[in-house]
Design a protein around this ligand. Sequence first.
Ligand SMILES: [Zn+2]
Ligand SMILES: [Zn+2]
Length: 327
Amino acid sequence: MSSIRRITVPIPIRALGSANVYLIDTGTSRIVVDTGMTADAIPPILESVGKERIEYIFLTHLHVDHIGNASFLRKRFGASVIIGKGDAERIRQIQSRPDSFGILLAEVFRESGVPNEIIREITESHSLMRNLSTYADFKDDIEVNGELKLEDGIRLIGNPGHSPGSCSLIIPEDDSIMTGDHVLPGITPNISFYDKDIDSLGDYLRSLPATAKLDITNVYPGHRDPFRGLRNRCNEIFQHHISRLREVYNIVAKPSTAYEVASKMRWSKGRSLMSMNTTEQNFAIGEAITHLVHLEKLGAIERKPVERIFRYQVSGDFPFQVDASIL
Ligand SMILES: [Zn+2]
Ligand SMILES: [Zn+2]
């Protein structure tokens, strides 16, 4: 049996409050899973790791609340940093052109009909843009392309969607999985675009059934408490997206921009897009865009540019059953 220790570290993202770091001891090697965001995470991580060495630092995905301190810990312990290939490539892109993500975000939002003032507020306050230094000295050693086996039966598998190279770590003998933000309890993982015209929700809706099929009991997520029952949680999230797709499909019975769709969608706690803070607005508009792009890829809706702003409109049948399930 491996031992799994959870280290909860604070993060300056109000909606989440904290992130989970895990220390796995397999008997032959020790693995740190994710590394928090700010230097506040270092003392609790070092205290848990103690004086012994760690062999691997596995990063579930590239978001700043999961890979801060990775460079520091890599140097300190001489451990090998493992990350999904898609995320490693994205980090190299950010390193060679730090402004590339901000430019992409602004361009996609402009085409989505988002007012300039809101685009400016969102790009200025975006956690990636405010934490570019996290990526400046980042270096990985091993990149996961699909699947990777480590010692003691431990497997890493790619599950793109939340990020292009998002990965989970499986410990078969403990019936356990570390999912990062791919599967979370209580909150639906944010699915936003990671490039222009890439169907990230399509990636995610393909990853979820594959994850459900693993049928693992103990789930150790990137935020909130560990829980039991991977299959059911994957299905709940899958069904959430199908009903979201239905809602978006109904809205574009009348031609609409993605921004208009986001303004009309129902958000938790009855909030409106305009009452949200900029981080929430970014998530909401991103969610509208990914659902529209997915419906367009499936041929259910089409988009037409009107003065360089896309308007979406229904062009085919809704592609899912009302009771769609992956169980
Ligand atoms: Zn994330
Ligand atoms: Zn996260």
